[in-house]
Ligand binder design. Structure first.
Ligand code: GDP
Length: 215
């Protein structure tokens, strides 16, 4: 089953530098997807979008270091952030990557939530924790998808989930976690429920702000 939330996502634009980011509009809330390269981010986005090639746009030569924006029918945006942690990347590129991600995660006003993709066999790497440290001060939620869960035994999935939950407990409810498998198409409904709630809450807030009496 494919998700309805991310269905009919359409590629809109790619951005290499903070100055080129499209204007942040409250009417166009953004949900960002980040993760180590090879963690399974593109597969997860494609699985959620019910689209076989969508996020592979982001993998075409020249686009892997860019932020890629996909417009959803609701007016919200799915934002695919460049994969990190790829060893063969030259230092200059790594620096630019870092600047772009830090800027986007710490300052983007219409970014309402971060989906962090981790390989369930290697969760919470140093760079994953860096993403968390950049984003937590915004007060917005982070949802961790532990992908490739089909590669773990039942006992390992229980242990991994427990270990990650213990590590994020310090953030209260700001960070949540679930298992996910693009191969088995499992975890789709849970991810949709969490992200759908972020978008629903955001639209209520925008409506309230618009209806405030004028002084
Ligand atoms: P990205 O670099 O984070 O976008 O990762 P990809 O989505 O390209 O996936 C990296 C590799 O992991 C590919 O070979 C995928 O086929 C594989 N992969 C991704 N998701 C899953 C999954 O849920 N289960 C399994 N078994 N393999 C997966």
């Amino acid at each position: 089953m494919s998700s309805s939330l991310f269905r009919h996502a359409v590629f809109e634009t790619s951005v290499a530098k903070p100055v080129n980011l499209p204007p942040a509009s409250a009417a166009a809330p953004e949900i960002a997807f980040a993760g180590r390269s090879n963690a399974g981010k593109s597969s997860a986005i494609n699985t959620l979008a019910g689209h076989t090639r969508l996020a592979f746009v982001s993998k075409t030569p020249g686009r892997t270091q860019l932020i890629n924006f996909f417009r959803l029918p609701s007016g919200a945006y799915l934002v695919d952030l460049p994969g990190y942690g790829y060893a063969a990347v030259p230092e200059a590129v790594r620096k630019q990557w870092r600047g772009l991600l830090e800027h986007y995660l710490t300052r983007r006003e219409n970014l309402i939530g971060l989906v962090l993709i981790m390989d369930s066999r290697r969760p919470l790497t140093e760079l994953d924790i860096q993403m968390i440290h950049w984003f937590v001060p915004t007060g917005n939620p982070i949802h961790i998808l532990l992908t490739k869960s089909d590669k773990l035994s039942r006992q390992e999935t229980t242990q991994t989930l427990r270990a990650v939950r213990a590590a994020i407990a310090v953030y209260g409810g700001q960070i949540t976690v679930q298992l996910f498998s693009s191969l088995k198409k499992s975890g789709i409904e849970e991810a949709e429920r969490v992200i759908g709630a972020w978008l629903a809450e955001e639209s209520v807030e925008v409506e309230l702000a618009e209806n405030l009496p004028e002084r």
